[in-house]
Design a protein around this ligand. Structure first.
Ligand SMILES: Cc1ncc(COP(=O)(O)O)c(C=O)c1O
Length: 370
C-alpha cells in the first residue's frame, strides 16, 4: 500500500472511531488475516485484542477443560498459565536447559497429560524433532505453540506456529509483529477456527461449515476479543518489515553469540542455525552467576534480568480449582520470585540496545569483555 492510501486508511478509521461509527471488521482486517495465513502457511488466522485472549480461546477451542492436564515450560508467560488455570486445567511445569529448550523431553515417561504447550522463547525455536518425537510416543497429547517471541522463526524450513493443532502470538507493542496491543491465532483445523470465532468474536459474520455453531454467534461465550482496527493497520506495516528486521537481528545475534560464547563464566544457548531465528524478545539471552563478570558486561552493554514470577512453586498455579479459589478471594502473601533454577541467572543483552547499535559498535564493545 502506498503512503497516501495508508494515511487515508488511518484517517478514515480514526474518524469512524471519533464519530462512533461501526468499527467491527473492516475489510482490511480480514485481508490482514489472509496475509498472515499465507505468510505462515497456515489455513486459518484470527486476530484478537491480545495474545492472552488468543491463547485462552485456542485452549478452549482445542478442547481444554476442567481437569485437563497441560505440560508447559517454566518459561511460559504468566497470563498464558492463568488462562489455562481459569478454564480449570491443571498444569505440570517442565524444566528447561541452558539452550532454553524443554529439558529432556524425550525422557518424560508416560506423562499422563492431554496437551503440551510450548513457547518458542526469545527468538529461538524449540527443537521440533525432539518435540515431535515425544508426541509420536504420546499420541494422545495435543501440541499448541506460543510464538509471541518468535514470529518468523523456523525449524527445518517450517515456521514455528504450524507444528501443532494451533498456535497463538501476542502483538503487544514490543513484539516483532506489533499492533500496539493485539494477538493472533493460527490453525489448520476449520473446526478450531470456527469455534474460536464463536468463543471470542461476537457477531462476526462467517459462513460456518458447522451450522450448529451459528446458534451462539451473538453470545460471546468467552467474552469479546476482537482486535482494535487501528492496531491492525500497524500490524500490517510490521508484517511488511518482519523479514528484513529478522534478517538484521539474526546477523547481530550471530556476532554477539560468537563473542559471548568465549567469555569466561558466561553460558549462552547453543544456536546451530542463525537463519532459523525470528521475532526476538527481551534480547540476547545468557546465563551468568558471576557478579563481577556481570558488572563488567553491564558497564559496556545494556543488560536486563529475567524477572517474571515463579508460579510453578505453588499449588494455586498448578491446580485449576485452587487457582479459581484464589481469584475469588485474592489473598496470597507468598513471594513469587524465588527461583530455584537457572531463571535466577538468566539475563539478556537488551533488544532495543541491540537494534539501536550497529554491528561494528556491538563488536567493538564486546571485544573488550573477556
Ligand atoms: C510469550 C508470551 N506469551 C503470551 C503473551 C501475552 O500476550 P499479550 O500481552 O498480548 O496478552 C506474552 C506477552 O508479552 C508473551 O511474552
Amino acid at each position: 500500500m502506498n503512503i497516501k492510501n495508508l494515511f487515508l486508511r488511518i484517517i478514515n478509521t480514526s474518524l469512524g472511531i471519533i464519530k462512533n461509527q461501526d468499527t467491527k471488521y473492516p475489510e482490511y482486517i480480514k485481508k490482514f488475516e489472509t496475509r498472515v495465513s499465507n505468510y505462515f502457511n497456515s489455513k486459518f488466522c484470527l486476530t484478537f485484542s491480545s495474545g492472552t485472549l488468543a491463547a485462552r480461546t485456542l485452549l478452549v477451542a482445542c478442547g481444554v477443560k476442567k481437569n485437563s492436564k497441560i505440560l508447559m515450560s517454566k518459561l511460559s508467560f504468566p497470563s498464558v498459565v492463568t488462562s489455562a488455570l481459569q478454564i480449570g486445567a491443571n498444569i505440570e511445569f517442565l524444566d528447561f536447559d541452558n539452550n532454553l529448550q524443554i529439558k529432556n523431553i524425550s525422557k518424560l515417561k508416560k506423562p499422563n497429560a492431554d496437551y503440551l504447550l510450548i513457547t518458542h522463547v526469545y527468538g529461538l525455536p524449540q527443537n521440533m524433532d525432539n518435540i515431535l518425537n515425544f508426541l509420536e510416543n504420546n499420541k494422545n497429547i495435543k501440541l499448541m505453540e506460543d510464538c509471541s517471541h518468535a514470529q518468523g522463526a523456523k525449524f527445518k524450513n517450517k515456521y514455528v506456529g504450524t507444528f501443532g493443532v494451533g498456535s497463538f502470538m501476542s502483538m503487544q507493542g514490543s513484539k516483532a509483529l506489533s499492533a500496539g496491543e493485539g494477538g493472533l491465532m493460527l490453525t489448520n483445523d476449520e473446526n478450531i477456527f470456527e469455534k474460536s470465532i464463536i468463543l471470542s468474536h461476537i457477531n462476526r459474520k462467517h459462513n460456518f461449515s458447522n451450522k450448529s455453531l451459528e446458534n451462539f454467534s451473538k453470545v460471546g461465550l468467552l467474552g469479546k476479543g476482537r482486535a482494535h482496527p487501528l492496531g491492525i493497520i500497524s500490524a500490517n506495516l510490521s508484517l511488511n518489515n518482519l523479514d528484513k528486521n529478522n534478517k538484521d537481528m539474526r546477523k547481530k545475534f550471530e556476532i554477539i553469540f560468537n563473542y559471548m560464547k568465549n567469555i569466561e563464566n558466561i553460558v549462552v544457548p547453543v544456536i546451530l542455525n542463525f537463519n532459523e531465528l525470528g521475532g526476538f524478545h527481551y534480547g540476547f539471552p545468557f546465563f551468568c552467576e558471576d557478579e563481577n563478570k556481570l558488572s563488567e558486561i553491564k558497564s559496556k552493554l545494556k543488560i536486563i534480568k529475567y524477572d517474571w514470577p515463579c508460579l510453578d512453586e505453588y499449588d494455586e498455579f498448578l491446580i485449576g480449582e485452587k487457582f479459581n479459589n484464589l481469584i475469588s478471594d485474592i489473598n496470597f502473601t507468598k513471594p513469587l520470585n524465588n527461583y530455584r533454577d537457572e531463571r535466577s541467572n538468566l539475563y539478556f543483552i537488551e533488544l532495543y540496545w541491540i537494534k539501536k547499535n550497529s554491528i561494528k559498535k556491538i563488536s567493538e564493545l564486546l571485544k573488550n569483555v573477556n
